[in-house]
Design a protein around this ligand. Structure first.
Ligand code: NAD
Ligand code: UDP
Length: 331
């Protein structure tokens, strides 16, 4: 691949939580970056600090539709395409399940075809959700998963599984140089307060003194990765040379129950919020923890940020959001 200074990179989903951090990381390496987003869950304010950056451009478009003509301009060379476009939080991706499925299938196909045409390396942001409610623990990349294909989460889980299938087929046919990351629960600054995922919900509820909502009895587990660690994994995986290494798990293997996460946030915020229980959503995975042996071996990657450090930074960010109404500098 080209070095940072001469690279031109397209980031689909660039206005989202992870996408905006990825744009920052690419720009800090000297790359030219075009973010493309339909603003379904992404926000312009995530990219506001890049408004005057000459190496950055933002396009309002949906990856389900034909890609904008300016991306196909003969004078515009794209070296890398990151596909992060897809609502990631259960309430958001279930709000329009048909669009979620089409985003993963039609949208990924559009971006793969584009990558083939321009000779760009293609990166798919896949997910631990492709393992469904796992019977193998921790989850290795060789595990095929346990997904309900017709339940309310299927639009996301099966969509991402189909996106992986398309990506692997483009590799098998020699049509594109591809990379696939299976991302496990990631948190940090720029998550939306109304995102609906557990870390943002619990922190915002604790800061507001509202009831902390635990779905089910709180004994289900997740393993939470801090955003800067994940983006480091993205950069290493995209830079990985050699033949397609297959899908790679990226996540923090430190596993805890949702109940323990809530207690930790309560202690860290000094909040007197009560913990209340709500029904467990349908098909909610009982446990989740990545086996990251492959990422360690192939990429020399493992997360460095402890949950305490990551939560402290995330709580501080949400706290600033509350006091300045989201008008302050973004980190
Ligand atoms: P996010 O919702 O903040 O970002 C998704 C972005 O994609 C948003 O900016 C949204 O507006 C945009 N988008 C959605 N559909 C689109 C479409 N059809 N066309 C153009 N833009 C579209 O979520 P995130 O947490 O930043 O997730 C980014 C990617 O990483 C997603 O693909 C998600 O599936 C994947 N992922 C995230 C996590 C996590 O824990 N954050 C875990 C697993 C996988
Ligand atoms: N969860 C919860 N309270 C909330 C939001 C989520 O107890 O306010 C639970 C949810 O049921 C799941 C876990 O926390 O068991 C992680 O949910 P999240 O939506 O963050 O991620 P995902 O289910 O996609 O892993």
């Amino acid at each position: 691949m080209k070095n940072g200074k001469s690279r031109h990179v397209l980031v689909a989903g660039g206005a989202g939580f992870l996408g905006s951090h990825l744009c920052d990381a690419l720009l800090s390496e000297g790359a030219h970056v075009i973010a493309l987003d339909n603003f379904q869950t992404g926000r312009k304010q995530n990219l506001r600090h890049l408004e005057r950056e000459p190496r950055f451009d933002l396009i309002d478009s949906d990856i389900i539709k034909p890609l904008p003509a300016r991306l196909r301009s003969k004078r515009l060379k794209i070296d890398e395409v990151f596909n992060l476009a897809c609502a990631a939080s259960p309430p958001h991706y279930q709000a329009d399940p048909e669009h979620t499925m089409l985003t993963s299938v039609v949208g990924t196909h559009n971006l793969l075809t584009f990558s083939e045409e321009v000779g760009a390396r293609f990166f798919l942001a896949s997910t631990s959700e492709i393992y469904g409610d796992p019977e193998v623990h921790p989850q290795t990349e060789s595990y095929w998963g346990n997904v309900n294909p017709t339940g309310p989460r299927a639009c996301y889980d099966e969509g991402k599984r189909a996106a992986e299938t398309l990506t692997f087929d483009f590799d098998r046919a020699g049509r594109a140089d591809v990379r696939v990351a299976r991302i496990f629960n990631t948190y940090g600054p720029r998550m939306r307060a109304d995102d609906g995922r557990v870390v943002s919900n619990v922190i915002c509820q604790a800061l507001a003194g509202d009831d902390i909502t635990i779905y089910g009895d709180g004994s289900q587990t997740r393993s939470f990765c801090y955003v800067s660690d994940l983006i480091d994994g993205f950069m290493r995986l995209m830079a990985y040379e050699g033949s397609f290494p297959g899908a790679i798990n990226l996540g923090n293997p430190v596993e805890l129950t949702v109940g323990d996460l809530a207690e930790k946030v309560l202690a860290m915020t000094g909040s007197s919020s009560r913990i209340v229980t709500r029904p467990l959503p349908v098909d909610d995975p009982r446990r989740r923890r990545p086996d990251i042996t492959r990422a360690k071996q192939l990429l020399g990657w493992s997360p460095r940020t402890t949950l305490d450090v990551g939560l402290k930074a995330t709580i501080a960010w949400f706290s600033d959001e509350r006091t300045d109404g989201g008008k302050g500098p973004r980190s």
